[in-house]
Design a protein around this ligand. Sequence first.
Ligand SMILES: Cc1ncc(COP(=O)(O)O)c(C=O)c1O
Length: 403
Amino acid sequence: MVDPMQSSESARSKDLSAATLAVWAGEGESLVAGATQVPIVYSAAYGYPDVESWLEVALGRKPGHIYSRNTNPTVHAFEEKVRILEGAEAATSFATGMAAISNTLFALLAPGDRVVSVKDTYGGTNQLFIDFLPRLNMQVELCDTTDHEQIEAAIAKGCRLVYLESPTNPTLKVMDIARLSTAAHQVGAVVVTDNTFATPINQNPLALGSDLVLHSATKFLGGHADVLGGVLCGDPKLVEQVFHYREITGATLDPMPAYLLIRSMKTLALRIRRQNDSALRIAHWLAAQPAVSIVNYPGLETHVHHDIAARQMRGFGGVLSFGLEGGFEAVKRVLPRLGLAHRAANLGAVETIAGPPATTSHVECTAEEREAMGIPEGLIRYSVGIEDADDLIADLARAFEVA
Ligand SMILES: Cc1ncc(COP(=O)(O)O)c(C=O)c1O
């Protein structure tokens, strides 16, 4: 087996900024014949002239590839780019973000294990916690996301894995990654953090103490709403365990999406900084609107965990959510009037995207389950694109005329 997780680029990457790394990192090994861009390598398997050299690669003694379910040069370049941006020693990738999450949980947990997480993780993740893991006799304790003492107490009872997501989808709650990682390590638990909303431009969970960081690459890393993918980075032993699970169970990232992700990530820093700035402006504007009952955005000083966000994030991200005084009926009136937003179950794209949790992040849940997670039906998740913020504010103002 090849070792897809090591790179000669690590040493020099320490001196470069994230914006530069997003453009250059991870590609060197995969470039061929003087091409300046990573090729899309569509080969199911890789051939060798003799059994000895084949065996050297198969046993991981020499770099190379054997079979694309396991590793592939295009996919490897994508993994390397994210690995370097997250400051990780190892990375592996998946067909989707949910594959990254489920493969990580199923690879690292065994029947009888206990997991501590929070009530309002992404809806698909929540389904794993409330349905799929219990089927395998794993216990999951889901705590109140804003109550760090409750989470610490749940961790102190002993657990194998602590699963964090920050900021959360769609209520933009913030979890203190350093504090909860310390609590987890005291009981020998592994910490996994979903960094999809923040991206490595705004936050590096590994530097805060998390053992693993994962992304739905479908969102900001891809950035153009045209590709699905997932990626996991962190501790090499743990990543190797998950890589092995994925290479056998088969939720492999395809080379074409990997290529699109590499291409999109070259503009990651540009996009994220623009989206950070616009989201903050829009959040302030929304907070002053009479039609708006609540604005969830960690960049607002009024946010319950603004201080934690300011400490652990370099920017507050491109997603916010807001409630309308008129509840779900107002949401149904306002959403169709937005001219500069796709009404779709996605986020993190160059176009603005808006939708209620009932049809987006928490479509898998019943209204009662959403209520129990503290997700009001009258909420709109608003993923800010790279359009001009003034145009987006004018668009919202027009739509609010019927709120
Ligand atoms: C925070 C978060 N994690 C994971 C996922 C799942 O990713 P994917 O749709 O790529 O499977 C999503 C999807 O919306 C998400 O928002």
